[in-house]
Design a protein around this ligand. Structure first.
Ligand SMILES: NC(=O)c1ccc[n+]([C@@H]2O[C@H](COP(=O)([O-])OP(=O)(O)OC[C@H]3O[C@@H](n4cnc5c(N)ncnc54)[C@H](OP(=O)(O)O)[C@@H]3O)[C@@H](O)[C@H]2O)c1
Length: 241
């Protein structure tokens, strides 16, 4: 079904994992893409591979001005902005008693403020153009809580609440929450607790590949204007979590 998405789509965290797979999937569906993350070299290589309908810019989602500039640059490149996929996220898990305040703050900054910065950067233009679509990548951690993941789950619960609030406040905007189960990506590479890192390796024994999540994003984008896919949970078959 090539060419089914005639939209300009912005994707944060597109330098690896789910964001990269989403860029590949949406590019194959005909979308024009503006992709961002901190690792510019990876974005450049991906954009060159996917062709001239994909442009990139280095982006730190924790910096509100940088997110504004990212959206402005996308508009300058393609002349419009239709969809924002807030995908960037980090997951340095640890028990609360380890008191890893810096890691808590990083999760809150990237996973919550990053999403809010994205919403703030597109909301005025979506309201003005009376249409737009925000896709937030949350997690099954938006639906459950488990030891070592208290703060991460807190951030993803917040993303779920914010997405639902956006939906309720704006009739003209589509709001979608995509909640993956375990996916084999680099997420958690920055876990500093060795026991938790070992547990993550165990969880990943039953995992999806990122293209499974990319297809869920595509499904939400391909719906007619009057259809709002509010939430999709995608787990491996027989998932433990
Ligand atoms: N993998 C899973 O099992 C799983 C399950 C549920 C939900 N998720 C969610 O899926 C999303 C994508 O994660 P992933 O699994 O694909 O992991 P990943 O491969 O580590 O990708 C995370 C992406 O976020 C970007 N990022 C991190 N901090 C950033 C910042 N300050 N500014 C801009 N970009 C930043 C990274 O790019 P740079 O480092 O280049 O900036 C990278 O592209 C996350 O929101 C994650 O919570 C993943």
């Amino acid at each position: 079904m090539a060419g089914s998405i005639d939209k300009v789509v912005l994707i944060t965290g597109a330098s690896s994992g789910i964001g990269e797979a989403t860029a590949r999937e949406l590019a194959s569906a005909g979308a024009r893409l503006f992709i961002g993350a901190r690792r510019g070299a990876r974005l450049k290589a991906l954009a060159e591979e996917l062709g001239e309908t994909v442009a990139w810019r280095e982006l730190d989602v924790t910096d509100a001005a940088d997110v504004e500039a990212f959206v402005t640059a996308a508009d300058a490149r393609f002349g419009r902005v239709d969809v924002l996929v807030n995908n960037a996220g980090v997951m340095p898990l640890s028990p609360l008693a380890a008191l890893k305040r810096d890691e808590w703050k990083r999760m809150i900054d990237v996973n919550i403020h990053g999403v809010l910065n994205g919403i703030a950067a597109v909301l005025p233009r979506f309201v003005a153009q009376q249409r737009g679509h925000v896709v937030n990548v949350a997690s099954v951690a938006a639906h459950m809580v488990m030891p070592t993941a208290a703060v991460y789950c807190g951030t993803k619960h917040a993303v779920r609440a914010i997405t639902e609030g956006l939906r309720q406040e704006h009739d003209e905007i589509r709001a979608t929450l995509i909640s993956p189960g375990v996916v084999a990506t680099d997420l958690g590479h920055d876990i500093t607790d060795p026991d938790v890192a070992a547990a993550l390796t165990g969880w990943r024994k039953k995992s999806l590949t990122p293209d499974a999540i990319a297809r869920a994003v595509r499904y939400a984008l391909e719906q007619p204007e009057g259809v709002d896919i509010n939430e999709v949970i995608v787990r491996p078959v027989a998932a433990d979590m």
